[in-house]
Design a binder for this molecule. Structure first.
Ligand code: SPD
Length: 279
């Protein structure tokens, strides 16, 4: 008899994977943390029973969330990652030699420890001396006034339930805005434009109110509800299509998903989004 694990999206939708074995199950002060070896997607991380990342499709998610802002920011020395406890986003950001300092602020130390132990292909840059990991609250971090500004702020959080709920409101986005220098870029994962359309559109509108305008971008992450996923980009005075060629060329040569055509195409808006946003 085979064992399957299903993420329950709602009463009518699930996404399930066949399980080879459970590698880890634990409970932190914030959530349950599990790593499962799946037959089709390799090792996968779940938080509170929701799929977070898998070896098979993580590159799409992590390359887009990292390289879209990192190839368009005016300067690229200081990067802030809120969340990102599996290490995949930091791995991609640190592929840019211009980056001198990355602060990663992850609320749940168990996610980092578990990922270091069981997801080594995803978090392969933990020992990079430019990476500074703080186990703490990203919401409090972006309220700080004693920090040098960042060139890029990335929000790699989980879904708007549990410990990540505070990463989905105007006050938090305003904090991220205040962390950025002129010419800096912001990006956050912004849920499925199909299965969580209202949450997605609300995020784009709210981030747009804070930054002046926000641009959603889209890509496939089969592990997530519907497989159609989004990120939302905003900046302090940067053209999202003005990719820095010197940064892009070496990244494109090694990336699994991101390239300059994907970068441009990802910003194309489906008609239902155009209609809702009036664009
Ligand atoms: N529904 C899952 C949303 C997860 C977004 N964050 C994933 C973390 C990958 N580093």
């Amino acid at each position: 008899m085979s064992l399957w694990y299903d993420e329950v999206t709602d009463e009518a939708v699930r996404f399930g994977l066949k399980v080879e074995r459970t590698l880890f199950m634990g409970k932190s002060d914030f959530q349950t943390v599990s790593v499962i070896e799946t037959t089709a997607f390799g090792r996968a991380l779940l938080l509170d029973d929701l799929w977070m990342t898998s070896e098979r499709d993580e590159a799409v998610y992590h390359e887009l969330i990292a390289h879209v802002p990192c190839t368009t920011a005016k300067r690229l020395e200081r990067v802030l990652i809120i969340g990102g406890g599996d290490g995949g986003t930091a791995r991609e950001v640190l592929k840019h030699p211009e980056v001198k300092h990355v602060d990663m602020v992850e609320i749940d130390g168990l996610v980092v420890e578990t990922s270091k132990q069981f997801l080594q292909t995803i978090g392969s840059a933990w020992n990079d001396p430019r990476l500074h990991v703080t186990i703490g609250d990203g919401i409090a971090w972006v309220k700080r006034t004693d920090l040098e500004p960042y060139d890029v702020v990335i929000v790699d959080g989980s879904d708007p339930v549990g410990p990540a709920v505070g990463l989905f409101n105007r006050e938090f986005y305003a904090g991220c805005h205040s962390m950025l220098r002129d010419g800096g870029c912001f990006i956050t994962q912004s849920e499925s434009p199909i299965m969580l359309k209202d949450v997605h559109l609300e995020m784009v509108r709210t981030i747009g109110e804070v930054f002046g305008i926000a641009h959603p971008l889209y890509g496939p992450v089969p592990l997530y509800p519907s497989g159609a996923w989004s990120w939302t980009y905003a900046s302090k005075g940067v053209d999202r299509f003005a990719v820095n060629e010197a940064r892009a060329t070496p990244i494109e040569a090694q990336a699994k998903y991101w390239n300059r055509d994907i970068h441009r195409g990802a910003f194309a808006l489906p008609n239902h989004v155009r209609l809702e946003l009036g664009r």
